[in-house]
Design a protein around this ligand. Structure first.
Ligand code: ATP
Ligand code: MG
Length: 392
C-alpha cells in the first residue's frame, strides 16, 4: 500500500501548450517549498490537472500538517488530498475504506461514498462500487447515509494503475503559479495594505520583487526590520523574495526645502515610483504594485494618484483600489501579515507631512514644483545607496 498526495490545479486557464508550462512552474515551486522533507516525498508524474507526489516514508502527523500548510499556501493550487493507493480490486477497496478512519466514521452523523471510475475497463461501475462500500460501512458502524449533506465523505478514484482512496479534500488558494504572469515590483511600506496587494499580485501569477523606502536616521531602523518580517511572511506564497531598501531622506529634505509644502507627499511618491521603475528595469519587471485604495488617505484621491502615476510608463497594478479597509484587514489576517503591520513604526511618509496636504492636485502645478528639484541628481544618489536582501 502506497500513499500519494495529489495536488490539483485550475485547468481553465491552462489549455494546450500552456498547461505543461504552468504545471512545470507549479511543480518546481512545490519542490522548492517542500525541500525540507527531502527523500520522504517523491515528485512522480503529472496527470491532467494533477501533480502526484509519492510518500516514500511514513509522515508524522505534524509533518503532514506542515506539508498541508505549505501546499495550501501555494498559488495555483485549487485543492489537494492525501490518498492511499491500492490495487483496483473491490474487496481490497472495501477493506481499506472500513479501516480508513474509524474514529471519524463513528463521530459522523452521516456519510457518503463518492466513487469515480476513470479506468473504463474495471470490473465494476462507479455506482456499484459506491453502493457496496457504503453498505459495508453501514453494516460495520451503523452510520447513516446522506448523499446531499454528509458529515463525512470517502472518495474513491479507480484508475488504471490502482484505486485512490481518501477522506479529506483540502482547498488551496487557487490563482496562478507565481511567475507564470511575469514579474512586477511591489512598493512595500510597513503598513497593512501593501503586503496584501503584493500577495494578491502573487496569486495572479506575478513574481514579485519588493522595494521599501525609508528615512533612517530620521526614522528608526526598526521600520526596516518590520518590512523584512513582512517580506518573510510573503515567502509562504512566493518562496524567494528580493527586497530592495532605498533611503529617501535626502529627497524629502530637498522637497521640504524647495517646494510648496502642500505637495510634499505627492512629490515624494513620484520619486518612489521613479525609483521603483529603475528597479523594475534591473529586474525585467513590467509592472508596479501598490497598496492604494481610492480615497483612503489624502494621497489616494483620483487627482493625486494621476499626478503621481504620470512619472512611470510601467503598468500600475493596484489590487486594493476598490476594496474597503475592513476587507483588506481580513485578508491581512488571513495571510498572517496583520500582526506585524500594526506594530508601531515610523513611516517615511509621515515625516515632513504638511498639516493640510493637497487632495486635488493640479497636474501643471505639480510639474512646476517638480521642476524646482534636481531630480536626476536625487535619483542617482538614492540608487547609489540601495541595499538588497534575499528573503527566503
Ligand atoms: P500601506 O498600508 O500599504 O502603507 P497606506 O494606506 O498607508 O498603505 P499610503 O501610505 O498612502 O497608504 O501608501 C500607498 C502605497 O504607496 C502603499 O500601499 C505602498 O504601496 C506605497 N508606499 C507608501 N510608502 C511606502 C514606503 N515607505 N516604501 C514603499 N512603498 C511605500
Ligand atoms: Mg502607509
Amino acid at each position: 500500500m502506497k500513499e500519494i498526495i495529489s495536488v490539483n490545479f485550475e485547468e481553465i486557464y491552462l489549455k494546450g501548450q500552456n498547461q505543461k508550462f504552468f504545471a512545470d512552474v507549479l511543480r518546481d515551486q512545490l519542490k522548492t517549498k517542500l525541500k525540507t522533507f527531502g527523500p520522504k516525498l517523491h515528485f512522480a508524474h503529472r496527470h491532467g490537472g494533477s501533480i502526484f507526489i509519492e510518500v516514500n516514508e511514513n509522515l508524522e502527523p505534524d509533518e503532514w500538517e506542515s506539508i498541508k500548510k505549505i501546499i495550501s499556501q501555494t498559488p495555483g493550487v485549487t485543492g489537494f488530498y492525501k490518498a492511499l493507493q491500492i490495487p483496483a480490486d473491490k474487496d481490497r477497496i472495501i477493506e481499506t475504506a472500513l479501516r480508513l478512519d474509524e474514529e471519524k466514521i463513528l463521530k459522523a452523523k452521516s456519510f457518503r461514498v463518492t466513487a469515480k471510475r476513470l479506468d473504463k475497463t474495471a470490473a465494476f461501475t462507479s455506482r456499484e462500487l459506491a453502493a457496496d462500500v457504503g453498505a459495508a460501512i453501514v453494516q460495520k458502524f451503523g452510520t447513516k447515509v446522506d448523499l446531499t449533506r454528509p458529515d463525512y465523505t470517502i472518495y474513491i478514484k479507480v484508475r488504471k494503475d490502482g484505486a485512490l482512496i481518501y477522506d479529506e479534500m483540502i482547498p488551496g488558494i487557487g490563482g496562478l503559479p507565481v511567475g507564470t504572469s511575469g514579474k512586477a515590483v511591489a512598493l512595500l511600506s510597513g503598513g497593512i495594505d501593501s503586503p496584501v496587494a503584493a500577495f494578491m499580485a502573487m496569486t495572479r501569477g506575478l513574481e514579485v520583487t519588493a522595494v521599501h523606502f525609508h528615512s533612517v536616521p530620521k526614522t528608526s531602523p526598526q521600520s526596516i526590520e518590520k518590512v523584512k518580517a513582512l517580506a518573510k511572511k510573503l515567502t509562504a506564497f512566493q518562496p524567494k523574495l528580493k527586497l530592495y531598501i532605498i533611503p529617501v531622506l535626502p529627497i524629502q529634505q530637498a522637497i521640504a526645502r524647495h517646494t510648496d509644502s502642500k505637495l510634499r507627499l505627492i512629490l515624494l511618491r513620484r520619486f518612489m515610483y521613479m525609483l521603483a521603475t529603475k528597479i523594475a528595469e534591473q529586474e525585467s519587471a513590467k509592472a508596479l504594485i501598490t497598496g492604494d485604495s481610492l480615497g483612503q488617505v489624502a494621497s489616494q484621491t483620483l487627482e493625486n494618484l494621476m499626478a503621481i502615476s504620470e512619472v512611470t510608463s510601467l503598468f500600475l497594478f493596484r489590487p486594493l483600489i476598490a476594496l474597503d479597509k475592513k476587507y483588506i484587514i481580513e485578508k491581512a489576517r488571513e495571510i498572517g501579515t496583520y500582526d506585524i503591520s500594526i506594530q508601531p513604526h515610523d513611516d517615511a511618509c509621515a515625516l515632513f507631512t504638511p498639516k493640510r496636504p493637497e487632495t486635488k492636485a493640479k497636474p501643471d502645478y505639480v510639474r512646476k514644483e517638480w521642476n524646482r528639484l534636481d531630480v536626476e541628481q536625487l535619483l542617482k544618489q538614492a540608487m547609489q545607496s540601495v541595499k538588497i536582501f534575499e528573503i527566503q
